[in-house]
Design a binder for this molecule. Structure first.
Ligand SMILES: [Ca+2]
Ligand SMILES: [Ca+2]
Ligand SMILES: [Ca+2]
Length: 139
């Protein structure tokens, strides 16, 4: 009597699973930023649009905003924003960033990172310095 060995069954199962895992492996290999994209890319299209970036930014703002005074001090920002950038982004000049100011900075960095101007950020754009400085605001 010939029966299928467990290893054979495993190989067959693996073969069946190949198309899906091969595709996601290739995608994962395509960039070290892919893990960050997955966390922010809520519609799972592989890129980050401004709405997704701002949603992630607002979640990060809430996480950092520990003393619940509705704005972030340089200390609460934990180096995400340089002193110079904080001065520029601080529209009402109170020395801290409220959510509106944080949002505006996310938008500004998003646009700087979108080098091909297609309105979304792919893994390649996120790996560049402008992309990295945007990601700083989103995690
Ligand atoms: Ca997306
Ligand atoms: Ca302010
Ligand atoms: Ca783009």
């Amino acid at each position: 009597m010939r029966r299928i060995q467990p290893t054979t069954a495993f190989v067959m199962a693996a073969l069946v699973a190949v198309p899906l895992s091969a595709a996601s492996d290739a995608w994962a290999r395509s960039s070290s930023a892919s893990k960050e994209i997955r966390a922010i890319d809520t519609d799972n299209d592989g890129t980050i649009d401004l709405k997704e970036a701002q949603a992630a930014g607002e979640a990060t703002f809430d996480k950092l905003e520990k003393d619940k005074d509705s704005s972030l001090t340089a200390k609460e920002l934990q180096g995400r924003v340089s002193k110079k950038d904080l001065r520029t982004a601080d529209g009402d000049h109170d020395g801290t960033m409220d959510k509106k100011e944080y949002d505006a900075l996310v938008e500004q960095r998003f646009k700087a990172a979108d080098t091909d101007g297609d309105g979304t950020l792919d893994a390649k754009e996120l790996k560049k310095p402008a992309g990295r400085s945007l990601l700083q605001l989103l995690k």
